[in-house]
Design a protein around this ligand. Structure first.
Ligand SMILES: CC(C)(COP(=O)(O)OP(=O)(O)OC[C@H]1O[C@@H](n2cnc3c(N)ncnc32)[C@H](O)[C@@H]1OP(=O)(O)O)[C@@H](O)C(=O)NCCC(=O)NCCS
Length: 172
């Protein structure tokens, strides 16, 4: 049984260890999600603490999936802070714990984040993802388009500089 929720800043703070656990497991599995050392749990906890700060500001929303009562997946929807970008939001940290993959959790989280963005009146969503990762197949299947890619963008957990692909979707 999988359940989905949007966490408040207080709830996210209470569950920061579970959030860090998902991030850490994804990095240990080789994901390109900002971190190169899966043992650096302090840096990952710090990352979540900072993101929780922006939840309280109302600039972003954190969607999670829980399985057997524990957080197994996340995605963040962040609104542009600039007055000329009020129609726009960014998707980040789509993370599914390696043990919870291929059950449609990422697809469901993305659909929920997109629906929420629509309700908030957003008409454009953007994201970037390591070029060639399976995540881009998911985004394409949801109607996202490739804007372009940048070589040597991010260091991988294996120490290689990987390209990133920028994608967008115009919400109907
Ligand atoms: C990418 C990721 C989020 C997918 O999560 P998931 O819950 O397993 O994905 P879903 O089960 O919802 O699958 C959705 C689609 O993604 C694609 N996909 C996901 N995993 C795949 C795999 N191992 N091989 C091929 N396609 C895959 C498929 O198109 C799939 O659709 P389908 O099941 O109809 O074939 C997960 O693998 C992950 O957390 N990876 C590491 C973090 C990361 O790279 N996140 C993206 C950052 S931009």
């Amino acid at each position: 049984m999988i359940d989905y929720a949007i966490l408040s800043a207080t709830q996210a703070q209470q569950q920061v260890d579970e959030l860090t656990g998902v991030l850490q497991a994804c990095v240990a599995d080789g994901a390109s999600v900002g971190f190169v050392d899966a043992d650096d749990d302090e840096a990952m906890t710090r990352f979540w603490q900072q993101r929780i700060g922006s939840l309280s500001d109302g600039d972003s929303e954190l969607f999670v999936a829980r399985q057997h009562g524990r957080i197994v997946a996340t995605v963040i929807l962040s609104c542009s802070a600039m007055p000329n970008g009020r129609h726009r939001a960014e998707i980040s940290k789509l993370l599914v714990h390696p043990q919870a993959r291929r059950q449609g959790i990422a697809r469901e989280l993305m659909q929920r984040a997109e629906q929420r963005a629509r309700v908030q009146g957003k008409t454009l969503l953007v994201l970037d993802t390591r070029s060639g990762d399976v995540a881009s197949d998911l985004y394409r299947s949801l109607g996202w388009q490739v804007a372009g890619s940048i070589p040597f963008y991010a260091e991988s957990t294996a120490g290689v500089l990987d390209a990133t692909t920028y994608m967008y979707t115009v919400l109907a």
